[in-house]
Ligand binder design. Structure first.
Ligand code: IFM
Length: 454
């Protein structure tokens, strides 16, 4: 199966994780409370009342996890700093024990020959900042720039690749618009300032990281082809609206310095000046991709797979529809390898020479196989990765400049509102014993990487 999965020389292979999803140890090392601690404590918000309090206990087991990465053969490990571990109140010079933890992690990675690629923010906001208005408040963009400066001062000597923010669309939609993620606000379109403030924080962080010696900086933004449910004018129009909202509202400001038509007026200003900061040139652009989405005009036939089972409220001018005819992951997400190449080609066509090199900062699937006689034979994940990597390769052959692929995720972890029910890992984690068991897909990806090094 791996024979023709070859990628250009120098192509980088990695895995991705995030702090709240794997670290645990939420009350150790001076870490402050985060919005996700608060959200998880609210009854009914997370499946089975589960939390990230222990998660994979990576805070204590990071050395074992780095050993698993070394065995896998990756070049790059994308993880996230926990903002409340670095700045428990969201401000200040940095918590010594928190900084020390990431020192240990980064030094262990470098010792194993793996490049650290940290994300500054993957959704775990210090609770005191949320209490002061969170991402609805412009002040957080200053706080984020200060936080970036603290990180650059400590780690720029050893970190060769930086990621500012993970999936600003998801925090806006799931966190502040629908209330399905922390901080659980249901503001619908009044959540749009959250998008603007994250984008501005991203631009300010790029500048702060560079001022502190940081190099090779990008963002991890999630993107999906939006397919009209039919050729009817109503469905095509609805799909276009949705496409702007989930894709171009987040990528156009960064890559073109402007919002899709109609959005600028909804954003808190001074938007024109902010857009100059937001579009500070990047060294690369990160795309997280999982599935396409089908969208039609609102008729009451909405499918909730695109919003993790959360229904959109009535009255919207569009609705996600079920994509028929495709297998689905155990999370219900359609498996459509061709959509991966499609979104990459769309980026090339839409942005032309404004598009820097691309990294795939996430791709993967929830396949919930568990050990049988000590073996996790997750053939469906292998088939998924094989198909998606082939599609990626076809986009590269069509001239899309993709420099690396970081699989989500190294190990099974806390899947936000779905708790521990969805297993995205190459490594199985027993959440009772915390034992790690590499799955068949781990060995398969090992072979793909090894063949690409021959
Ligand atoms: O687990 C998440 C990750 O935190 C962000 N991107 C999608 C993954 C799977 O849902």
């Amino acid at each position: 199966m791996t024979a023709d999965l070859s990628f250009p020389p120098g192509f980088r292979w990695g895995v991705s994780t995030s702090a709240y999803q794997i670290e645990g140890a939420v009350a150790e090392g001076g870490r402050g409370p985060s919005t996700w601690d608060t959200f998880c404590a609210e009854p009914g918000k997370v499946l089975n009342g589960e939390t990230g309090a222990v998660a994979c206990d990576h805070y204590h087991r990071y050395a074992e996890d780095v050993a698993l990465m070394r065995e896998l053969g990756i070049d790059t490990y994308r993880f996230s700093f926990s903002w409340p571990r670095i700045q428990p109140d969201g401000t200040g010079p940095g918590n010594a024990a928190g900084l020390d933890f990431y020192d240990r992690l980064i030094d262990t990675l470098l010792g194993a020959g793996i490049s650290p690629a940290p994300t500054l923010y993957h959704w775990d906001t210090p609770q005191p900042l949320e209490d002061a208005g969170g991402w609805l408040s412009r002040d957080i963009t200053e706080r984020f720039a200060d936080y970036a400066s603290v990180l650059a001062a400590r780690f720029a000597d050893r970190v060769p690749m930086w990621i500012t923010i993970n999936e600003p669309m998801v925090l806006t939609l799931m966190g502040y618009s629908l209330g399905a993620h922390a901080p659980g606000k249901e503001l619908m379109f009044d959540a749009l300032p959250v998008a603007h403030h994250q984008l501005l924080a991203h631009g300010r962080a790029v500048q702060a990281l560079r001022a502190g010696g940081g190099v090779n900086i990008g963002i991890a933004s999630n993107h999906a082809p939006t397919w009209a449910a039919s050729d009817s004018a109503e469905d095509v129009e609805a799909a276009g609206l949705y496409d702007n909202l989930i894709n171009w509202l987040f990528a156009d400001p960064v890559l073109l310095g402007k919002y899709p038509a109609g959005y600028e007026a909804a954003m808190p200003g001074p938007v024109e000046d902010d857009l100059k900061v937001i579009s500070t040139p990047l060294d690369w652009f990160g795309i997280n991709h999982y599935s396409p989405v089908s969208v039609g005009a609102a008729t009451g036939q909405a499918d909730t797979a695109a919003t993790d089972g959360i229904p959109l409220p009535p009255g919207l001018p569009f609705e996600p529809r079920a994509l028929e005819g495709y297998e689905r992951t155990d999370f219900g997400w359609p498996i459509v390898p061709a959509a991966f190449g499609e979104i990459l080609r769309t980026f090339k066509d839409r942005y032309g020479d404004r598009l820097p090199p691309i990294y795939i900062t996430e791709n993967g699937c929830a396949i919930n196989d568990v050990p049988v006689d000590g073996v996790v034979d997750d053939q469906r994940r292998i088939a998924y990765l094989d198909g998606y990597l082939r599609s990626l390769r076809s986009a590269i052959d069509d001239g899309v400049d993709v420099r690396g692929y970081f699989q989500w995720s190294l190990m099974d972890n806390f899947e936000w509102a779905a708790g521990y029910s969805q297993r995205f890992g190459l490594v199985h984690v027993d959440f009772e014993t915390l034992e790690r068991t590499p799955k068949a897909s781990y060995h398969w990806l090992h072979d793909v990487i090894a063949k690409n090094r021959e």
